[in-house]
Design a protein around this ligand. Structure first.
Ligand SMILES: NC(=O)c1ccc[n+]([C@@H]2O[C@H](COP(=O)([O-])OP(=O)(O)OC[C@H]3O[C@@H](n4cnc5c(N)ncnc54)[C@H](O)[C@@H]3O)[C@@H](O)[C@H]2O)c1
Length: 442
């Protein structure tokens, strides 16, 4: 790998406001390269491993993967940016015990997110945690508690918080460009296929199904769960609302400057195919906030019609106009005339200097800003753009939406803390059961 650039710098991503005071690495190690382990590397974890390897003064020293089939590809990706070949380990508990690891990056399925993060915090590791930060609201609260108790930096992978033009868009909203903003609407359209009816089969060679399940109560192996399709089973996944919804409800919460709602409703179903998929493929979630603001999320996992020419995005609406923020790094501002006129347009590549020699694609160039922000917070005791309390608050909105959907009730919420009021049925979905021996204690 000698001809390849080992450390590719990124430029042009704008620093943003931040929210959380952060503890630092022990001073002896402050100048060292941060040593990172990545958990779950088939898809998102592989991209993150490569991005962490490319980040300033950082090395991927271990990858943790329970399925041997996905290891080689990840090692190849990491080798684009570092000479050191990472160690490979299956059991996250062994990585927690390794004193040379500073950071654990978690990109395993959702049922693992909070349990692995809490384990890592207890072992003294900082955590970059993929969205959604938790499988259920109880776990989200435990995460906030654990990060505070063990004084660790825990940043969620809601990377749009660090995208330069998304930050500009939020500045425009907050500086009053479209007046008082009272409504935000997000949408998502995709063409996901059927997952069919699963067959109970032997666990594939090289997969440790017991470790894959980890904290989740045990189930037999079926051929339509791993990889990826676990997203659509409540036992491990959280549906499209938390899969893609987390990004967009987070943007709406940021733009509207709200924390916890007062009322949540949701409708939808698994309409498009008759198969094992349990979460809705079509869903609307509506949330009211005490400040006199409303947001809605509409997802169509199996229907592709775009809105404002974007397959996913957010629109903000106020007294003086509207803003359409694409799922990328671009936005448009309209006035509030009867025929709305475009009054400002910011394109995706504006403000981003792309070094022609770099080996990063556009997605990685955007994401590395979030990762550098996390690493700098660890080094300098600075603040992350998206602390775990904010991550939890955004994910909770999606979770409350799913709970309203599953219980077919309108959920009243305490706007002080996001807790469900007067709804015993809904409260049954506040937490989950754990496999004996895997119970969580912060
Ligand atoms: N921020 C983003 O834009 C973004 C994008 C894609 C995915 N994600 C998130 O990343 C996570 C992973 O998504 P994916 O699409 O890569 O899923 P995936 O199923 O393709 O990959 C998950 C990987 O984790 C491995 N794994 C499972 N249990 C493990 C364990 N105990 N230890 C180590 N490895 C384990 C699996 O074998 C698999 O390789 C999800 O939570 C998803 O929401 C975030």
């Amino acid at each position: 790998m000698t001809s390849r650039r080992k450390f590719v710098k990124h430029t042009g991503l704008v620093a943003a406001a931040s929210t959380l005071p952060i503890p630092i690495l022990q001073s002896r190690r402050q100048m060292d390269r941060i040593s990172v382990a990545v958990m779950g590397v088939r898809s998102r974890g592989k991209a993150l491993a490569r991005t962490f390897a490319a980040a300033t003064n950082c090395r991927v020293s271990t990858i943790c993967e329970v399925d041997d089939r996905y290891v080689a590809d990840c090692l190849t990706e990491v080798a684009v940016h570092q000479e050191e070949v990472p160690k490979v380990e299956k059991d996250i508990r062994k990585i927690c015990e390794d004193p040379t690891i500073d950071v654990i990056v978690i990109a395993a399925p959702d049922h693992w997110h909070a349990p692995a993060t809490i384990m890592a915090c207890q072992a003294g590791k900082h955590v970059y945690l993929e969205k959604p930060c938790s499988h259920n609201p109880q776990e989200g609260e435990w995460l906030v508690e654990a990060a505070a108790k063990y004084q660790r930096v825990v940043q969620m992978g809601n990377q749009r918080r660090s995208w330069s033009n998304v930050i500009r868009c939020m500045d425009d909203i907050h500086s009053g460009l479209i007046g008082r903003v009272y409504y935000a609407r997000a949408w998502y359209a995709n063409q996901r296929g059927t997952i069919g009816k699963g067959k109970k089969v032997d666990v594939p060679r090289g997969l440790d199904w017991d470790l894959w399940q980890g904290p989740a109560p045990r189930k037999s192996y079926y051929d339509n769960i791993h990889p990826y399709e676990w997203h659509w089973f409540w036992h491990w996944g959280t549906g499209e609302a938390l899969n893609n919804g987390t990004h967009f409800l987070d943007l709406m919460r940021w733009g509207l400057r709200v924390d916890y709602p007062t009322l949540v409703t949701s409708q939808g179903g698994r309409y498009h195919f008759d198969d094992d998929w349990q979460t809705p493929d079509t869903q609307v979630i509506s949330l009211d906030f005490p400040e006199g603001k409303t947001m809605t999320w509409e997802s169509r996992s199996c229907n592709t019609l775009r809105a404002y020419d974007h397959s996913a995005g957010v629109s903000f609406h106020g007294e003086g106009g509207s803003i359409v923020l694409s799922s990328g790094n671009a936005y448009q501002v309209f006035d509030n005339d009867r025929q709305p006129k475009l009054i400002k347009e910011v394109n995706a590549d504006e403000g981003i200097e792309n070094d022609p020699q770099n080996t990063m694609g556009p997605g990685m160039l955007l994401d590395i800003g979030h990762i550098e922000n996390f690493l700098n917070a660890i080094r300098d005791g600075g603040k992350v753009r998206s602390d775990i309390l904010g991550g939890h608050q955004s994910v909770l909105l999606c979770q409350l939406g799913n709970i309203a959907y599953r219980t077919k009730t309108a959920i009243e919420v305490d706007p002080e803390n996001g807790h469900i009021l007067n709804n015993a049925g809904a409260m049954k979905l506040w937490g989950r059961e754990y496999e004996p021996g895997w119970e969580i204690e912060v």
